[in-house]
Design a protein around this ligand. Sequence first.
Ligand code: PEP
Ligand code: MG
Length: 842
Amino acid sequence: MANKNLSLLDYSEITGSAPIALRTHGWRAKCLQRLVRLDLPVPKTVALSFNAVRAIAAGQLPDLGGLVGRFASDQLLSVRPSAENSDWGGPSAVLNIGMNDERHAAISQTHGEAVATALYLGFVQAYAVHVARLDPDLFPLGEPCLPALQAALYDFEKEMEEPFPQDPKRQLAEVLRSMARAWEGTSARLLRQAKGAPEEAGLGLVVQAMAGGFGTSESGAGVIQMIEPVTGAPQVTGRYALGGQDRGAVSNNPQAIYLTRDPRGPSLEDQDPEAFAQLVRHVEVCRLKLREEMQIEFTIVNGQVAVLDALKVQRSSRAAVRVAVALAEDGIITRKEALTRVTPRALSELLHRQVDPRGPREVLARGIPASPGASTGRLVFTSTAAQASASRGEPCILVRRETSPEDIRGMHAAVGVLTERGGMTSHAAVIGRGLGVPCIVGATGIRIDAKNRQLHTGRHVLDEGELITIDGTVGEVLRGAPNMLEPATDRWFNTLLDWADEIRDIGVRANADTPSDARSARNFKAEGIGLCRTEHMFFEDDRLTVMREMIFADTGQDRAAALARLLPMQRSDFKELFSIMQGLPVCIRLFDPPLHEFLPHTREGMKQLADALDKPLSEITRRAEELAEFNPMLGLRGVRLGVTLPEIYEMQARAIFEATIETAKRGEKVVPEIMIPLVSAMREVELVKARIDAVAAAVRVAKGSAFEYRLGVMVETPRAALRAGEIAQHADFMSFGTNDLTQMTYGLSRDDAGRFMSYYIQAGVFPEDPFHVLDTDGVGELLLIAAERGRRARKSLTLSICGEHGGSPESIAFCRAAGFDYVSCSPYRVPVARLAAAQLTL
Ligand code: PEP
Ligand code: MG
């Protein structure tokens, strides 16, 4: 209730009915009111509103008689900050306001001089540093004793040219003023704005009666919560410190004791079972009524428990999942509410091993966190070394300037990948995410000395074979092998995602190229494969040579012979994928990359190829030079290869159809989807479609079997988006390849942008990396135009996204609003997409 006598001060004693709101008094005041309403033993508390604190900061310090009059005359007080959001911080709490010579003498009588001196000295120190802003070095936190107190009082008087204030009202006024002003300071503003606070965020203050903690053996303070914060498992957690006055007493205090009975030392449960049982009941009441796992800050004086404060238990992502599911299963919150309690992105932390946050970490270098999870291995610099290491059973981390398709086998063999160059959609990043291998790209601070097989990280030089850890979740390279947490795709995780599936209304498929990707996709309950990049199938050892024979074929006949050898390999790939996906849709993209990606890049490689193909080295190098392109991403690739070298697509279509028939013979129905990449004109689709239809007809006749298939296009050039209306006439579906579409819309190379992207973002040129977060303004407009024109031409057109953006919650929201049927993303992002999609319906 506002006190009329103190017109400038809008303050309320916290009672069950006091007008306290988050937006006017902050989270702490609001939370304390809830605790009061639950009849928990909260010491008398008065809350100052944001307006009051603003007025105080502006110098309108009122007479505090009314406020102080709420408390007993000899009551010591504390003041604590109460911003709207607990994450926004605030000035440090000040305790024991009211300590002066008179109280010192009185407490010396009742509790002994040592106790009184410790309280008084602590207050003088806090006041001198936080309120009078004196040099902390003048007021060291040494042993509390009478001479130290006298020295502190003397130094205060000398510096301030007045004695230490004795009037409790004046002390309180000065504390309030200094806290109010601290909130307005530039660094405090910047800090909270970095945490998402708005410019005009207000601060409330909470004035509370100190509840004991007078340093006798019967009193103390501590914190208690009912869950373990890393796993979320039920476990009484916290500490209690004799003589303490608030939570500060237990942090880093080796004297603090356990709460529950513990073989390692004394516990509160042993010392005061009654108080312990009371505390447990209080936390349980909070869970039930505040519908959250809370941590309570408490004191105990002569067996009397006081609850000073409560806040949401700080927790890891895995604990957040378990807590949300447990609360819903206990009927405390609804399933829908449980779904809102977990941030979708946080789920990816549960899918991989993580560095245990409780242990130490020595950071050697930083880069872009391109594929989450952590792994430890020995440093290697080539794919060959990675394979050799894997064959010895030694986990290794592959470090490259950047990776190319040639490194696929090395990446398969490595447990982690680090590249100096690249961004979120560069080769290493895409493959790393697909494989679930932790990966850091764009680590511009590292330098690879290939000759001496060393990695320079600025301050350190690491030799090949040294043990390092890649933390792909945060983008840090760590020395050695820190402790790890195992993945947690446990019952809690699966339950939460099953609930998500019950309510989501947009499909989630996975991008999967290999059987192991497909198995991960199934494991994470993807509803099909939205993109199978077939070219990755040609990089296997035995196939690469045949592929190269095909590329170097002099005549159509030679090319046909090489393709005939590739056909059964592709057929068996597709059969395996179909059988793993058990009737779910599988969308196979026809060959996409430029052919020269399959050629060796070193002279030694060229020589080996010359041997394998039995051709002179000069011819091999000449042909390789012919295939080289100035701008390969915009050259002879995708559908352009399909049009100019149609035999490749024909072979792939045949392999898909034959695999479909053979799978159907085993009783599993398949309707394959064939996708044409990099289309920019309707005529390209017409030409390719005519040939694929012809292959289908031929296979039907040859095998005497009927089957169906769907044919669609990837929209990854701006022109395809603009001409979607006519293209849709020949396509059953359109899937947006937003990696290339972003690259071409911006005219920004997805493999080179990482070099300057961070500068661009820091300078505010782009709000985010558009390869990471879909540019809804530009690329998004193309998506909307294409969706609208495509659907107008063909109502049943299936729309989806399969670029890397497909797994990000913001893009999923965009695609859902645009009426897309599904999103497709790396298998390891499928759970994130499932939860994000569900949250959109709430
Ligand atoms: C894309 O361009 O968005 C896409 C999915 O294809 P890729 O990344 O293979 O070019
Ligand atoms: Mg593409």
